[in-house]
Design a protein around this ligand. Structure first.
Ligand code: COA
Length: 277
């Protein structure tokens, strides 16, 4: 039995062993990085399992939102202490590029998932760990969390999308500061600069993230998915193209039964019953 074991063991995305565990409860999949002896460092094997876990979660109709966290069995609280340095030290340049592409593909799939995701950053989120947190749609952190991109101290650069997501989240100046110094920030500072959405006492973090995710999982599924889509696709489009994407999705969502149900329920002063059609 693993951490956060849910009450819903017949759903298809559940994983009870391996380097990436998945439990499901109340429509929320909790993904736990499970490599405690290495502070959940993201080896190619971990990334491979994470890729498959995300694909399963995306395909599982019982799941409406996702929480990602790190095993609590680490000797110090860790979300993920980065890409696996012991593995990378042996890589050639071409293998480094392949590794970067594996991480990028995995995190891009997570970001593009139609179900909202929350990183519950329960400790160290360094290098690839911070990049994984940034690929989630939201980040909640424990008060003991430490986030950063220390790659420069190893003579490398972020390779799992961090050089691009960090400036989009905190602005170019702050991103340069973090990327060029390699210095981590604590949870309070990460919150101040917009790197994390919320900060909780460590013992309350995962439950708080799961509670919020449960709320999101209960929202109108078509509108929820479209909101994720429009924000992601609009962010890098020019303003005119982004507005066009919004109007198209507004129309697409507007044709659903759920829109009629949502508006009728409002007018009839009752709770809407979403069907996802
Ligand atoms: N890759 C591979 N192994 C890692 C790792 C990583 N990114 N981060 C931690 N580990 C391993 C350590 O090698 C150690 O393994 P060992 O017990 O077999 O020696 C184990 O996890 C525990 O880490 P340790 O360094 O002993 O813990 P600590 O409490 O002294 O320090 C950190 C914690 C996070 C400060 C330290 O582990 C660290 O600096 N890690 C690397 C962070 C980093 O540069 N990440 C970016 C990588 S691109």
């Amino acid at each position: 039995m693993h951490e956060h074991e849910g009450d819903c063991c017949d759903v298809s995305c559940v994983r009870t062993e391996g380097l990436v565990l998945v439990s499901v409860k109340d429509g929320v999949a909790t993904v736990t990085l499970n490599r405690p002896d290495k502070l959940n460092a993201l080896s190619a094997e971990v990334l491979g399992e994470l890729f498959l876990a995300i694909a399963d979660i995306e395909a599982d109709a019982a799941v409406g939102a996702v929480v990602i966290t790190g095993s609590t069995a680490c000797k110090r609280p860790s979300f993920a202490a980065g890409a696996d340095i012991a593995e990378m030290v042996e890589f050639t340049g071409l293998e480094m590029r392949e590794h970067s592409r594996l991480g990028q593909r995995t995190f891009a799939m997570l970001e593009a998932m139609s179900k909202p995701s929350i990183a519950a950053v329960n400790g160290f989120a360094l290098g690839g760990g911070c990049e994984l947190a940034m690929a989630c749609h939201m980040r909640f952190a424990a008060d003991c969390a430490l986030l950063g991109q220390p790659e420069i101290n190893l003579g490398i650069i972020p390779g799992f999308g961090g050089s691009q997501r960090l400036p989009r989240l905190v602005g170019q100046g702050r991103a340069f500061e973090l990327l060029l110094s390699g210095d981590p920030v604590n949870a309070a500072e990460a919150h101040r600069i917009g790197l994390v959405n919320r900060v909780y006492p460590a013992a309350e973090l995962v439950a708080a993230a799961q509670e919020f995710a449960t709320k999101l999982a209960g929202k109108a599924p078509i509108a929820r998915d479209a909101i994720v889509d429009v924000v992601l696709r609009g962010t890098d489009a020019g303003p005119e193209k982004a507005q066009a994407i919004e109007a198209d999705l507004f129309g697409l969502v507007g044709g659903s039964d759920d829109v009629k149900e949502g508006m009728k329920a409002y007018l009839e002063k009752r709770t809407a019953l979403w069907t996802g059609r």
